[in-house]
Design a binder for this molecule. Sequence first.
Ligand code: NAD
Length: 334
Amino acid sequence: MRKVTLIPGDGIGPEVIDSCVKVIEATGIKIEFERVDAGAGVMEREGTPLPDSVLDSIRRNKVALKGPITTPVASGFRSVNVALRKALDLYVNLRPVRSFKGIESRYENIDIVVVRENTEGLYAGIERYTKRDGSEGETVRIITKKASDRIARFAFEYARREKRRKVTVVHKANIMKITDGIFLESARRISREFPEIEFEDRIIDNMCMQLVVKPELYDVLLTPNLFGDIISDLCAGLVGGLGIAPSANIGDKIAVFEPVHGSAPKYAGLDKVNPTAAILAGVLMLKYMGEKKAADSIEKAITESFKEGKKLTYDLGGDAKTSEFTDYVISKIL
Ligand code: NAD
């Protein structure tokens, strides 16, 4: 039986991951989930938020399903998410965003995929105080040709495989001429190998404005690390919020699937939040594992549930609990 590492995470993580597992199991597919723990809860018990056993399990199973993990703001331990992506060299962060009928949002027919570089940029983790009294600091933004080439290649290969029409590279190379210059140049060079895919570039500030005003013009967005993080939340907001936005962290041999949203601690344990982002992360995982039939049946069940609109969680204007929405989706799985 295929084994998958399961990391429930912090806050609302265990609830949404449990919902995802139930929906996957309802398809009849046989997966053995190997549960390991990472995050703030583990930090208290084991003195580290990312025990080696977690990385070992993912390296063994090659695929993981993960809930959000709390990262203390401004002090405390470094982000487990960033550490995990770096340790396993998961250089792609793939964040598809699309409209669903039945979910009220400002736009219809949005279908955008953010391909975000996941290992360097402002997340390289090189940050220090430059004055002893703590009144000044600096962060180093690392961009390499190697990482820029491989993320650009992934974006174009993904566009070709998924029959997408256009790749837009997002940057600030007018100001950060060296770092974003390298990123932009990689995208330009690699785009020439994919003549059937339209290629263009946008400066990040203009990109944000364009996405709010005419998002239907955009298809695959290729971005450095921080810009992709921000833009993918913006895109999630265009189609109904973080509750429905999944993501995949992909390397050459290993992939970790998770919702885009965080651990939303104030909602933890209330059976209230929307599990769709986690369920759709499960769909991305099943597709990655070659289980297209199970993935399609879950996606169809979600699409129908939204279209009917009888059971929606609070963020989508309804009052259904996490568990009620989950059961409703399961009832639609053929
Ligand atoms: P968040 O995504 O946890 O929550 C922001 C708001 O979005 C919530 O208050 C809620 O209104 C809404 N929301 C989020 N998920 C939802 C869901 N499933 N259904 C309905 N509404 C939902 O962001 P935050 O408050 O900035 O971060 C909380 C913690 O999560 C922080 O410690 C942060 O570092 C961490 N985080 C982790 C990840 C990850 O593990 N990949 C990602 C983002 C944030």
